[in-house]
Every structure is written in C-alpha cells, then in structure tokens.
Write a protein that binds this ligand. Structure first.
Ligand SMILES: [Zn+2]
Length: 436
C-alpha cells in the first residue's frame, strides 16, 4: 500500500458544508471530509465523459472506464483520507502532517496551546491513564506547571513535522467568516428574490481573531489542507493518469479544482498537489515499546500485558454483531474488520471516546445521506493484550494502520494511528524532555 500526502491550497473562500443548512445559515466544516474530495475528483473525471449530469446524478446507463472502476469502485477501492487545515502555503505544507487533537490532550485555560507557539504547553493524559490501569501511580496533578491553573481539554487541530519532536508541533487556528447572500434557486442556480441567507465560509487570510484583515494581509495567512490517499501502486498509476487526462492543468504539477458547496457563488477554488513518501515517523515497534507503562525506576509496571492505543484521524463507525453502531471495540467487533485480532484483547477504561451524529450529501443520489452516530476523530481507543500476544498485536496494529478500520473506508473513515507518538511526546510525566 502506498500513502500519498495530498495538499489542497485554498485560492478563495471555501464552504465545506454537509449540504444541510440550519435555517438560513450554512456553515463550513473546518476540514475536508474524504468523501468531498473523492466526489469532486470522480465528477471531474466522469463529467467530460458525459457520465455525470448537471443535476448531480451520476449517469448509470454506461459503465465508467476500467481505470476509474479500479480506483473508485470494486473490492478494495483507494482510500481518500480526511484533509485537515494548516495556515501555510501549499509549498510549505508539504513537509507537515495535520490532525485533530486527540481527546486526551489538555492545556490551561489562560494560556492554552503548545510551548512552541509561546503558550503554557500541551499535556496528554493517555499514558497516565494507562499507568493507572496497569497498577502504577499517576503522579499528574492536572495543573499547569507554569501558572498552576487547572488543565482542561484542548480541542482543535494541530500540525507537526516530526512526530517525536515537540518543537515541531503547532496549533492551527481556523474559523469561518460570515457572508450574507441572496438565495439561489437550487436547480437553476439563479437568484431567488426575497431570500437572504448566510454562508459561513473559510477564507484564506482570516484567522477569526480581531478585525478582518485587509486584502493585502490575506496573503499573510494562507490556508491549506493536508491528508493522505492510501492505495495500491496500480491504483496510484491509474489515478495519476485519470487526473492528468481529465483535470484542467494548473501551473507546475498543480491542478485547479472547485470543491464544496456554493461553487456558483465563486467559492471553492483550490489547487491540488501531492508528495509521495512519509514525514519522519518512528517505527511501529518503537512506538509500541515506548507506550508501555513504566514506574519511576523505568521498569514496566505490568510486564504480563502489552498496552497500545488507536488514535482516530477521522470518524470511525463500528457495528456490533447485531448491526448496531457501537463504541465498544471488543475482540468480536474488531474481528469483523481485521484479519488478525490478538486473543484476550481488552478495550480499557483509559479510552476517551466521543460520538457525534454524522450526515453528508450524496451527489450520486442528490439527497442527504442517512445520519449515523460515529466515533469522533480525535477519540483514543486504549487496549491491552497478554504479553505473549506480541506478534498478533503488531500484526493487528500494522493492518489497521494500513487498511483503516470499520465502515466507509473509501471515504477516509477509520483512519487510525497506532500508539501515536503524540501521547508520549506530551506525556506530563515524560522525563526525557517532552513539552517541558
Ligand atoms: Zn498555564
């Protein structure tokens, strides 16, 4: 499997909605869901072939070309991951990874944020929670070491260049800006009199704090989105050829695209490019080793077990044996999605999991997709397995990292990082430096 790092740079306002306005306000999502870019590319390829109608319905009479089917359809289609925001140009975004902060991340209220941003620092609870489950002491007092105020949960997005180096992490600020518009008729895309509504769009140059910057200042705060496509060598060759043939060429190796809603409003202009290869990331074995709860003497607290976690980069949907969405990732539930699951695996109460209702707009149906409760991105599923299960544990973690987990993986759902170095790098008890 190949992982291609994909970068979309905003060229103007973006409305990354889910197609469901609330009253007269339609608000942008702060990231690009996998289905949004996947749908945009599918349309860009099929439309010139006459296989996509203006109404948004895919034409069913004739099948799409073979390379398209290999990439987008079939048994194991390419996975179009979620893209998360960074306040960088497309070029500068090339060497970083963007992600939703894990739900275990904490910071003080008064000076919330990373030390590398000049704030009081980020502290992660997960390893402390694992130490407690393992029978060790969790010495964390939950206070900011600088101002002694209480730590509470930190939300939002971050970027990093090197997963193990806290000085390369930065918080990412992104807020929508309101645009008032005259209503458009949905079918004809012409103005509908007497209807006013508000679009809350993401705008390059606009951070959301303080006054709106002037035109000249916009260039100071670019907005790009970074994420991954995961696909086979063959699918990648097919996809590159399809993009080269059907997308309007931009300059250099960049493609110009329109993405999201309100395209008739002149919104949604982005430029797409990619980088093959990974950012610096420790091996899975190293990550697993560093995840084991240790006492003050550096020895494992519970040598009978291996501890590990899956940190979600995107929403996750798991069904239980009765077909109901569940947040309990038991051995039985996971066995439906992965070929190897360690025997004796336990999901631990150290996990921090949230659910949210998820909807979307199906361009193929011209209808909202059904709402499903998903486990939110940033959730952390913590597990342990008997120490003798080391090989199955590594095989399981490798498989779910490469193949994803759960439902709707082609749309980028279920993208996980195994034993994400974030947790160790910002562990409050980390003596080797951390974010101190
Ligand atoms: Zn503080």
């Amino acid at each position: 499997m190949l992982r291609v790092r994909v970068i979309l740079e905003a060229q103007g306002p973006l409305l990354l909605g889910d197609g469901l306005p609330t009253g007269n306000v339609q608000s942008s999502r702060l990231f690009i869901a996998g289905s949004v870019l996947r749908g945009t590319l599918a349309k860009a390829i099929l439309a010139p072939l006459g296989l996509w109608r203006h109404s948004g319905y895919a034409v069913r009479e004739s099948p799409p070309p073979e390379p398209f089917r290999r990439v987008f359809l079939g048994e194991s289609p390419a996975r179009f991951g979620f893209l998360y925001p960074v306040r960088l140009t497309g070029d500068r975004a090339e060497d970083c990874e963007a992600f939703p902060l894990p739900l275990t991340a904490m910071s003080c209220k008064a000076h919330r944020g990373f030390r590398s941003d000049g704030r009081h620092g980020v502290f992660d609870q997960l390893l402390g929670r694992l130490r407690r489950v393992a029978g060790g002491r969790n010495a964390s007092q939950g206070l900011c070491p600088t101002c002694k105020k209480r730590l509470d949960r930190m939300r939002g997005f971050a970027l990093r260049q090197e997963a193990g180096d806290p000085s390369t992490y930065r918080g990412v600020k992104v807020h929508p800006r309101a645009f008032v518009r005259v209503g458009l008729n949905r079918l004809t895309e012409t103005a509908e009199e007497r209807i006013l509504y508000t679009l809350e769009a993401l705008v390059p140059g606009f951070a959301g704090d303080g006054p709106t910057p002037s035109e000249g200042e916009y260039a100071e705060l670019p907005l790009s989105f970074v994420g991954y496509w995961t696909l086979s060598e063959e699918q990648w060759a097919d996809l590159r050829e399809l993009l080269r043939r059907y997308l309007p060429a931009g300059d250099g190796n960049r493609y110009s695209l329109r993405i999201g809603s309100a395209r008739a409003r002149g919104m949604g202009r982005v430029r797409l490019h990619w980088v093959e290869g990974q950012t610096a990331f420790p091996s899975l074995e190293q990550r697993l080793e560093r995840f084991q709860p240790r006492g003050p003497d550096g020895q494992p607290v519970d040598p009978k077990h291996l501890y590990f976690a899956l940190t979600l980069r995107s929403p996750l949907l798991l069904y239980d044996g009765l077909g109901r969405p569940t947040t309990r990732a038991t051995q039985e539930v996971l066995a439906a999605y992965a070929s190897t699951v360690p025997t004796g695996l336990e999901m631990l109460p150290a996990s921090v999991v949230e659910q949210e209702p998820w909807t979307g707009w199906s361009a193929a149906w011209g209808l909202p997709k059904p709402i499903v409760p998903v486990i939110t991105a940033g959730s952390v599923l913590a597990f342990r397995a008997p120490a003798a299960e080391r090989e199955p544990v590594i095989a399981f973690l490798r498989e779910v990292e490469e193949e994803g987990l759960g439902e709707r993986r082609a749309e980028g759902w279920g993208e996980v990082v195994a034993c994400d170095p974030f947790h160790e790098t910002f562990d409050q008890m980390n003596r080797s430096g951390g974010d101190q």
